[in-house]
Design a binder for this molecule. Structure first.
Ligand code: PNS
Length: 163
């Protein structure tokens, strides 16, 4: 059984993430999408909401599961016997930090990182940009799954009435 993990914050999942997850699912027997639980970082969606959106968005793949993790990714990899991390590389600006993490993860636990080049359609896309553009009324419907778009609109509307 060849297993890989696609880790991230997924706040929220975008079509760019799903492109990488889908392509990873075509080359591995099982892919886990692992959501980092990071209490220090403020997020728009709770971890449970992010997991729910990821489960909905990946339901069409028979070999994709969704999980969450605390602490080091390599510890999750060791516990779950997953030897490979798959990451998308959007642009050269991603490379510097991704290289550091890949080398650190390999040094810590022998876990390999394989990079997939992002579909050029999504090379500019990030969850942060989606949230920023949507906050100021920009159209992001073509960048995230429809169900995520609905939740994003609802959450931003809630936030706007709170402030
Ligand atoms: O979607 P993000 O926020 O860019 O994902 C970053 C993530 C979760 C992949 C990275 O921060 C991570 O692996 N964090 C877990 C903590 C860890 O293992 N840190 C050491 C990295 S060498």
């Amino acid at each position: 059984m060849r297993r890989a993990v696609c880790p991230g914050s997924f706040d929220p999942v975008t079509l760019g993430h799903l492109d990488i997850v889908g392509r990873a699912a075509a080359v591995y027997d099982e892919v886990t999408v692992a959501v980092l639980v990071n209490k220090k970082k403020s997020s728009l969606f709770t971890v449970d909401e992010r997991i729910e959106m990821l489960r909905e968005a990946t339901a069409g793949y028979g070999n994709v599961v969704v999980d969450s993790f605390h602490g080091l990714l390599v510890d999750w990899c060791r516990t779950n016997h997953v030897p490979v991390i798959v990451k998308g590389l959007r642009a050269i600006s991603d490379f510097d930090y991704e290289l550091q993490m890949a080398q650190m993860n390999h040094g810590l636990a022998g876990v390999e990182t394989l990079f997939m080049t992002t579909n050029p359609l999504y090379s500019f896309l990030s969850s942060s940009l989606v949230k920023e553009v949507a906050t100021y009324g920009g159209d992001v419907a073509h960048l995230i799954p429809a169900a995520v778009h609905e939740r994003l609109r609802a959450r931003l509307a809630e936030r706007a009435t709170e402030s």
